[in-house]
Write a protein that binds this ligand. Structure first.
Ligand code: SAM
Length: 274
């Protein structure tokens, strides 16, 4: 596997995913019920934007740094901007927090976070970052294969599926895991991140996911950074949100709009599938 998230940390796709994730966590922790979060593809958890990978790709410059430079960012991005400031101790922005860092800091007593990362060196960093945090378990293992085994007894469950999509079967395995999670608990909320290259791939995935999740409601949020003309490029990203909390559609729309703002030919759209 070649994928290293350090090249992509803080890019436009992370902004969409992480702003949506923070909103979901706030909604799902809005009452007394306990929450389990399962993160099938955790990465290292915290990324150094001065590192060679981030500097070589320039993706955080075009994503996070442009967001931070805005004088009046969208209110829907405020929680992510605050989290980035917290990760940097209120000082200069040199670190970008990944999903494990963002999730772990929200856990309440009785909440649980189970995170998978398959690459041993990435997992070693993740494990060090998460050490001593109550309710957190890191697993150096395949998240698609292991997620069902950690599904516990919490009142509510959120499953984040964020594969690199280097392998063609990442689409199919995401659908299979969604079906399995809903089989355990039909009220499970799932957030699946997808690259947006061409419409055909998105369309096929959405139809497969609808079949896998029926009758659970499903929202698709698209942040297109440019027209989907070249299927070899990542032209944008999408989120599939199964069992969305009330009010999700306008929030996702605002997040996608905030991220595509300024991109030539950019377009944001959120639509209910099915
Ligand atoms: C897109 S990154 C995850 C980013 C992270 N979710 C975040 O938002 O900060 C995908 C990660 O999944 C890991 N990975 C790839 N296949 C995996 C699998 N089957 N199970 C667990 N981890 C996997 C990669 O090593 C990589 O670190």
């Amino acid at each position: 596997m070649n994928y290293r998230h350090a090249f992509h940390a803080g890019n436009f796709a992370d902004l969409v995913k992480h702003a949506a994730l923070l909103w979901l966590l706030a909604q799902m922790q809005g009452d007394e019920r306990s929450l389990q979060v399962i993160d099938t593809h955790g990465g290292a958890g915290l990324y150094d934007l001065r590192g060679p990978e981030a500097r070589r790709s320039g993706e955080a410059e075009a994503g996070l740094m442009r967001l931070l430079a805005q004088t009046a960012p969208a209110p829907e991005m405020a929680a992510l901007i605050a989290a980035v400031a917290e990760a940097n101790g209120g000082k200069e922005t040199i670190l970008y927090p990944g999903s494990p860092w963002l999730i772990a800091r929200t856990l309440r007593v009785g909440d649980r976070y189970d995170v998978f990362e398959m690459q041993p060196d990435e997992h070693a960093r993740l494990s060090e970052l998460m050490a001593g945090r109550p309710g957190v378990t890191t697993n150096c293992a395949d998240g698609f294969a292991g997620a069902a085994g950690v599904m516990g007894t919490a009142a509510r469950r959120l499953v984040l599926i964020d594969p690199p999509f280097e392998r063609a079967d990442d689409y199919e395995r995401s659908c299979d895991l969604a079906a399995e999670a809903l089989g355990r608990d039909p009220a499970t909320t799932l957030l699946i991140w997808l690259p947006l290259k061409d419409l055909h791939t998105l369309d096929v995935f959405v139809r497969d996911l609808e079949d896998a999740c029926e009758p659970a409601p499903l929202l698709i949020a698209e942040a297109r950074m440019r027209p989907l003309g070249d299927p070899m490029k990542m032209n944008g990203c999408a989120l599939a949100l199964v069992n969305p909390p009330p009010g999700a559609q306008p929030v996702l729309q605002a997040i996608c709009e905030a991220v595509v703002a300024g991109a030539q030919g950019g377009k944001a759209q959120v639509w209910p599938a099915g």
